[in-house]
Write a protein that binds this ligand. Structure first.
Ligand code: MN
Length: 137
């Protein structure tokens, strides 16, 4: 990324599926990712995420674990079982700071996790790193 490029050049061409039931968090994360050029698709529960994931074809999934209808652990498992999505990195968003919940996220197929509260910038850095992009300063 050259100095002449704006922040939006970071995520250009990359699609992030953001699965989060908290409207406020969803809005903040979607806003910052869009600012950095990512295309953001949103789902507010795990079942919806599993349903739309194949048509969205995300480059990365941000998955809240505590979700209505179907929780994030189960949604991650189901998405990882879809052959064309099996290699899509899933970063879990967890409010649970307990080690067991982190292990549960990895066990469910998540590739990493972020503990809430998470600064919007930290989300962008984690997404960039997981996609092999140069994270913003
Ligand atoms: Mn939640």
């Amino acid at each position: 990324m050259s100095a002449a490029d704006g922040p939006e050049s970071l995520g250009m061409g990359k699609v992030v599926l953001l699965v989060e039931d908290n409207h406020h968090n969803r809005q903040i994360f979607a806003q910052v990712l869009t600012h950095y050029g990512f295309e953001v698709k949103e789902a507010e529960n795990g079942e919806l995420a599993v349903k739309i994931a194949p048509e969205v074809g995300p480059d990365l999934i941000l998955m809240d674990l505590s979700l209505p209808v179907m929780d994030g652990w189960q949604a991650a498992r189901r998405i990882k079982a879809i052959p064309e999505l099996a290699k899509v990195p899933i970063i879990a968003l967890t409010a649970h700071a307990m080690t067991g919940d982190r292990e549960g996220a990895i066990e469910a197929g998540c590739d990493g996790y972020l503990s809430k509260p998470i600064s919007p910038k930290k989300v962008v850095v984690a997404v960039a790193e997981a996609l092999g992009l140069e994270p913003p300063d």
